[in-house]
Design a protein around this ligand. Structure first.
Ligand code: PLP
Length: 518
């Protein structure tokens, strides 16, 4: 392809992208292809001769498009949002137009310098303390691929700090006595970090009454128990907004406990909910003060609720030296005068790989395109839509809230009217069910409720299990979702819930009648 052919194909590609977004709403949300659909449609080898791009582009529409699940669809309420923006698309386009591996400052000075600047912009947007800003010189932030990478990077830094401060006094401490602390609600990133690093992991229990949040006393008891038998907890991965239910670990209590154990690194995984810190009114409920006072590292994903196209996970650390000491391996061919003098950031020492994409460009474009107010308006709109959803749910005869809504996430299940709905005390009722057959029964009912929802082409939604309770999650945040989409989704959900509750009632009546006849 030469420049003029690229110009033509490029304009056509932008036209296709625009058509995609204008017709998206009328498409089914999820793909209906079966596993293995693609291989029979494509040749088993690359073509011998190069092909014309118009044929390649047509095949994209024909073969790839049907296999896409549309995360940008306004009726996508599954998993978590991946709110993309045109600014983000353009950022990626510009970045890939002048590709370079960005591993140190001299690779492309703009790449490093822009990243350092926009990470400070993002920190200020979220209210993170100056200690986390690159400008302060001791802390700082870097873009990572995902929250999982961010957690792994944090664990590597934490291990470095722990081992370097304990090796003399505690020379006998073998690496395999180190333990990563998570909770039963922590994202699998905790287990994965432990597996990659070959370390133990302990998942602390959380309760329904505490709304699945880690409490200080649970942490303290675990620490005392582990330390007494020679295990060395060295990092706690606390969550602000768990994936399952949006639970926020009790950071003020955790901060108080960790004040007695200063060697333990506190990593905050706020992959989904952290974006909401851009709105000052959420900062108390998300414990921003405790984050600023006590966290050693903090991560949120701008590629979830934050309008930046995947991938853009932001990780900040309070002490950048610990991080770079853990990851800096500089062979002679990577040495530069600027790097050696400490005058510049060499971002290769802030993440796992050597090379890195120019992600800061899309973050810069998005933050400028929306401005703080536009960004806040997007987050507030999601929270408001979730309030609308909850108002509808509160009046439902067949739906029950499982735990109070978290920002733009609601967890609920199908249940006949007799069960309490969202009142204080609902958690205790749910706990009580566990003693009898009622929970098993409701779990089965909800599994078939979810199976019905999963078959619907007009929305996408996911399930979860919270301490043994099968539930359904409704996650708002796609950039194009409006109140009409939320109301339409609620109607579908309620209709399916009514159907399963009715079936269930009929089955129970038949069973009772059978018993009477015997
Ligand atoms: C989505 C999510 C993750 C995983 O994010 P990746 O960036 O895909 O690794 C981790 N933690 C929480 C709380 C999440 O919601």
């Amino acid at each position: 392809m030469d420049v003029e052919q690229f110009r033509k194909a490029g304009y056509a590609a932008i036209d296709r992208i625009c058509d995609y977004y204008t017709t998206l709403q009328s498409q089914p949300v999820s793909s209906s292809v079966q596993p293995g659909y693609l291989a029979p449609l494509l040749p088993t080898q690359p073509p011998t001769q190069g092909e014309d791009f118009s044929i390649i582009a047509a095949d994209y529409d024909k073969y790839i498009m049907p296999g896409l699940t549309h995360w940008q669809h306004p009726s996508f309420f599954a998993y978590f949002p991946t709110a993309a923006s045109f600014e983000g698309i353009l950022g990626d386009l510009y970045a890939t137009a002048a590709p370079h591996p960005g591993f140190n400052w001299s690779c492309s000075p703009a790449s490093t310098e822009l990243e350092a600047i926009v990470m400070d912009w993002a920190a200020k947007l979220l209210g993170l303390a100056p200690a986390f800003h690159n400008a302060c010189g001791t802390g700082g932030g870097a873009l990572q691929t995902t929250a999982s990478d961010s957690a792994l990077v944090a664990a590597v830094a934490a291990r470095e700090r722990f081992v370097s401060t304990h090796s003399e006094s505690d020379a006998q401490t073998p690496l395999n006595s180190l333990v990563i602390y998570v909770t039963t609600q922590t994202h699998s990133l905790g287990l994965k970090a432990a597996r990659v690093l070959g370390l133990q992991v302990r998942a602390l229990e959380v309760t329904t009454e505490d709304r699945y949040a880690l409490r200080g006393e649970t942490l303290r008891a675990a620490l005392e128990e582990d330390l007494a038998v020679g295990r060395k907890p060295f990092i706690l991965m606390a969550t602000v907004g768990t994936t399952s239910s949006g639970a926020v670990d009790n950071l003020p209590e955790i901060q108080a406990v960790l004040a007695d154990y200063p060697e333990i690194w506190l990593h905050i995984d706020a992959a989904w909910a952290g974006i909401a810190l851009c709105c000052p009114e959420t900062r108390d409920e998300l414990y921003l003060d405790a984050i600023n006072a006590a966290a050693d590292s903090f991560c949120t994903n701008f590629h979830k609720w934050g309008l930046v196209n995947f991938d853009a996970s932001t990780l900040w650390v309070r002490d950048r030296l610990t991080l770079t000491r853990a990851l800096d391996i500089t062979p002679p061919f990577l040495r530069t005068a600027h790097g050696d003098s400490g005058a510049v950031i060499d971002y290769r020492n802030w993440h796992l790989a050597l090379g890195r994409r120019f992600r800061s460009l899309k973050l810069w474009f998005v933050l400028r395109g929306f401005g703080v107010q536009g960004f806040q308006a997007h987050v507030r709109a999601g929270i408001k839509l979730n309030n609308t959803f909850n108002a509808l749910l509160a009046n439902s005869e067949v739906l029950q809230l499982i735990t109070p809504p978290s920002l733009a996430l609601t967890v609920f299940r199908a249940a006949p009217k007799s069960t309490p709905n969202g009142r204080a005390g609902a958690e205790a009722e749910i706990e009580k069910e566990k003693d009898g057959n009622e929970l098993t029964h409701l779990n089965a009912l909800n599994a078939s409720f979810f199976a019905r929802l999963a078959r619907r082409p007009d929305l996408a939604i996911t399930q979860t299990v919270l301490n043994g309770v099968f539930c359904v999650r409704f996650a708002i945040g796609a950039a194009r979702t409006t109140e009409a989409h939320v109301r339409a989704a609620f109607e579908v959900i309620e209709e399916e819930a009514r159907a399963v509750v009715k079936e269930d009632l009929e089955a129970r009546e038949t069973a009772t009648a059978a018993v009477v006849h015997v």
